[in-house]
Design a protein around this ligand. Structure first.
Ligand code: DOR
Ligand code: ZN
Length: 347
């Protein structure tokens, strides 16, 4: 089959983004806003975003960090802690501040120390969300050190998420950054109340790449990439046209020095290359006709929002993106994600 030399789709949204704050926000916001009309902003700042007023102030800082001329709407999330307040959740949704709340199991990943230690503790909050029609966004990994790191997602689905879904039958749930075939099957088995986001990096490489010729800290994120059969399951799900799967980059910048060290941070900064990489994957899978659904339609439908009216065009051509971006006011930089295989699309 010959591939088209360009593809035009409705402007996409990113349903999972870490923009950080301060100088890092100044460095990163433009890259997400160039690619996406809206983004669901993760609340794992230090300290985490748990109150309506904090989210609203953070949203203002994000808007100010986006250069004039780019239209971009940050969609805010509430960081759930053991003391999550049902009233704050319901009010923030009603006031149009929260679009969702994020569940980090305590100590599962970056800045999750204030996360949830037991689902019982947030039952009242989840009931309030269920009533308010506010989706729960899940970092789906158990934190038990005895569970192998490559099994933590599958075990979480059985031990934590399945009981939670039974207990809260009306709650809408997104399994974020799916990395396993079990994750794909779990989302599918739960029907329209459930969605799954898939990142560009988990579609692009498997766990071998992290250790190719040495340890590659810029391919380290959580959940960690799994084996090839899992990557192929993700590619099938993303490109299938199923309305349950949608775009979420999990772009998560860390400065190079905090990744290239003895105990490097988890997170991949892919914002500048996100749509180019997704388009490459859909082209390789002969599924460019499903790219718009994945990138621009399924997410808004799940969140009860209208799709964007503007259009973007991706053209066949070489990737024209710097290898790193500088963080203003410092000598630090963030390395941009680059798959091992060539990307033949530009935005
Ligand atoms: O790799 C990751 N980085 N996974 C997460 O869940 C959090 C993120 C971050 O904030 O750096
Ligand atoms: Zn994330």
């Amino acid at each position: 089959m010959t591939l088209p030399s360009s593809i035009t789709i409705r402007r996409p949204d990113d349903w999972h983004v870490h923009l950080r704050d301060g100088p890092m926000l100044q460095a990163c916001a433009v890259h997400t806003a160039r690619q996406f009309a809206r983004a669901v902003i993760m609340p794992n700042l230090v300290p985490p975003v748990t109150r309506i007023a904090e989210a609203s102030a953070y949203r203002d800082r994000i808007r100010r960090a986006v250069p004039a001329g780019l239209t971009f709407e940050p969609l805010m999330t509430c960081y759930l802690t053991d003391s999550a307040d049902p009233v704050e959740l319901a009010n923030g949704k009603q006031q149009g501040v929260w679009v969702a709340a994020k569940l980090y199991p305590a100590h599962a990943t970056t800045n999750s120390a204030h996360g949830v230690t037991s689902m019982d503790r947030i039952a009242k909050g989840l009931e309030a969300m269920e009533k308010a029609g506010m989706p729960l966004l899940v970092h789906g990994e158990v934190t038990d050190a005895d569970v192998d790191i490559f099994d933590r997602e599958a075990v979480f689905l059985d031990k934590v998420l399945a009981p939670l879904l039974r207990r809260h039958q009306g709650l809408k749930v997104v399994l974020e950054h799916i990395t396993t075939k079990e994750g794909v099957a779990f989302v599918e088995a739960n029907g329209a109340r459930m969605g799954g986001t898939i990142t560009p990096h988990h579609l692009s490489y498997n766990r071998n790449a992290i250790f190719k010729g040495g340890i590659r800290p810029h391919l380290y994120c959580l959940p960690i990439a799994k084996s090839e059969e899992h990557r192929l399951a993700l590619r099938r799900a993303a490109t299938s046209g199923s309305a349950q799967f949608f775009l979420g980059t999990d772009t998560a910048p860390h400065t190079a020095d905090t990744k290239e060290c003895a105990c490097g941070c988890a997170g991949i900064f892919n914002a500048p290359v996100a749509m180019q990489v997704y388009t490459q994957v859909f082209a390789e899978e002969n599924a460019l006709d499903h790219l718009e659904a994945f990138a621009s339609l399924n997410g808004p439908r799940f969140y009860g929002l209208l799709p964007n009216e503007e259009r973007i065009t991706l053209s066949a051509g070489s990737l024209d993106v710097p290898e790193r971006i500088d963080v203003p006011g410092s000598d630090k930089s963030v390395v941009v994600f680059r798959p091992d295989t060539p990307i033949n699309w530009s935005l």
